[in-house]
Design a protein. Sequence first.
Length: 297
Amino acid sequence: MSLQENVANQWYWLADCYSDWGKYEQALECQQHCLLIRQSLNDTSLIAVTYRQLGQIYQTWGKYEQAITYFQQSRDLYKQLGKEKDIADLWYWLADCYRDWGKYHQAVEYEQKDLALRQQLDDQTRIALAHYQLGRIYQTWGKYEQAIIYHQQSHDLYKQLGLKQDVANLLYWIPSCYRNLKNYTKAIEYYQQSRNFHQHLGHDESEATRCMQLGNSQRLLAKNSSDRAVAFELLSQAEQNILQAIQISTTGDYKENLAYDYIVFSLIGQNAYAYRLLTTRYRKNKLPNLKNIIILA
């Protein structure tokens, strides 16, 4: 590797660091230095990488038009080079950028191009990722039924591939769609699976989060139940799940999780009072300082 190539690489990593830091102007300045050197070296492949990085900086900055311009330039260079995997990556990034921008029709169009190319290449892991991205686009768009279909396809493929972390991730997005559809029964079913999965993997913080989400879904189902006995049982289950979440979050010192745990715990009490079903057992389990928590409807 030549000295100039090393210098270009250092500019690249400086840009990456500034971008992670949220200092986007400095990141762009460094990346432009990198681009100039790579253009002088006439290294088309690395020029394409630099264009992609410029696109990612602009996307993170929220400047989507500029991001798309650079993503397209990167994609076009990869087309010249015949690098199909990299072309597919750029279809993915273009879709992701349009999703962030709120232009969902374009996002779906580009992600379908990514999916078609991944299927042509028989890249199973990236096919699963493309299904996930389509699920996220439709979910952000508010089209939850379509989102669930794609999330489920992604989940099933990751499961076949034995990629447990990715399976766990999908077991977060699927129930969140059901919750948005107010299908709390289904949300509870998937959150329970997700909690058990993270517990098996030893992911304490994720397990605590799923316990909180499970408890909140049980609370919401109770709130919408006309049967008081059923509602009380659901609130009792929700209470236990939130207490478990608080215990895990306290042990692991997950302070942000604890804030949400306390809010949901307070809401469970609020719902229980609404049903006039608050028991002595519940009052004994009530945690200190909850009176200082703001109740969110």
